[in-house]
Design a protein around this ligand. Structure first.
Ligand code: ATP
Length: 295
């Protein structure tokens, strides 16, 4: 099966700074993928490259088997809703639908109108007069009605209130099932992604820290709590994601395919949020170490 998104050593540099580096990913079809990371992690950069709006500095990227933005057919396969919910302030909701119909060969007008009606949006209202959340919903409608095979959404729920967030993500889930749509959506909040996504990419400081199916990630990451122990004493099959110690106690988050038999540990499961936080903690600790060495 063709991968939805495949990257190999992908990187983007602005001047001396890498916005994304050494990014290697293989996302199979049939997923709602959450791309999570703090501000400035490189999420938008990756999505822009997948949409064909930004050329890579290094490496390779293919989307649905093709080069992003390489042809009208490739462009038609990918829907992209950028971070600032791109709509035209002076155009009405109906104008946006007409524009969508004119620009997209696979436009599904019935789907678009049905969605707008369900959202209770007034067709005559100018986009500039909609609330931020309503504009986000309009932008999503335009993305979905294009009937792409892959929909890329950059922070789609950032402007929405909690109820609208839930409705938006629910609507997205329905669309993915009804239309066999693949989705990659970014957020810096794991809680947004927890309900909607079944595949996760954690991007921190321009690098992919971990990626995989949520179920597999949760099954292979564990928290170990027990008497104080040095990290060097953990078996090599246990990859340490984060660690913290008091005088008497140690807590590790480890990634391992192997069962954990050592009786000194109390082993507990992680939530998706715990898992992401563990990677964040690791990166912050590394940062501190680098700064200390430089001083
Ligand atoms: N056009 C640009 N010129 C220079 N630097 C840029 C440019 N675009 C992005 N960057 C830098 O690249 C890094 C990654 O930015 P990016 O927008 O991809 O992050 P992000 O994860 O989407 O962040 P956010 O959650 O804040 O939107 C940041 O350090 C940013 O300052």
């Amino acid at each position: 099966m063709t991968a939805v998104l495949r990257t190999e050593g992908l990187g983007k540099r602005y001047g001396k700074n890498w916005a994304l580096s050494e990014c290697t990913l293989d996302i199979p079809a049939g997923h709602v993928v959450g791309l999570v990371g703090p501000n400035g992690a490189g999420k938008t950069t990756l999505l822009n490259m997948a949409a064909g709006q930004l050329p890579p500095t290094t490496g390779r990227i293919t989307v649905l088997g093709g080069r992003p933005g390489a042809s009208p057919a490739q462009l038609a396969k990918v829907g992209f809703v950028a971070q600032d919910t791109p709509t035209y302030a002076g155009l009405s909701v109906a104008d946006h639908l007409r524009l969508g119909a004119r620009l997209n060969p696979g436009w599904d007008d019935a789907l678009a109108r049905d969605r707008i009606a369900r959202l209770g949006l007034d067709l005559a209202r100018k986009a500039g007069k909609l609330s931020g959340g309503q504009r986000a919903q309009l932008a999503l409608t335009l993305g979905v009605a294009k009937r792409p095979e892959l929909l890329l959404l950059d922070e789609p729920v950032a402007a929405l209130d909690p109820l609208a967030r839930r409705e938006f993500l629910q609507g997205l889930l329905e669309a993915t099932v009804e239309q066999e749509l693949n989705v990659v959506l970014s957020s810096h909040l794991v809680s947004d992604l927890e309900r909607a996504c079944d595949f996760l990419i954690v991007l921190i400081d321009s690098r992919v820290q971990v990626s995989g199916e949520v179920e597999t990630l949760l099954a292979t990451h564990h928290r170990l709590t027990g008497p104080r122990r040095d990290a060097a004493r953990l078996p090599s099959s246990q990859h340490i994601v984060s660690e913290s110690h008091t005088d008497v106690q140690s807590t590790f988050v480890v990634r391992t395919e192997e069962p954990i038999h050592d009786p000194v540990w109390t082993v507990s499961k992680l939530s998706l949020e715990d898992l992401v936080l563990a990677y964040l903690t690791k990166t912050t600790a590394n940062h501190r170490r680098i700064l200390e060495v430089r001083r």
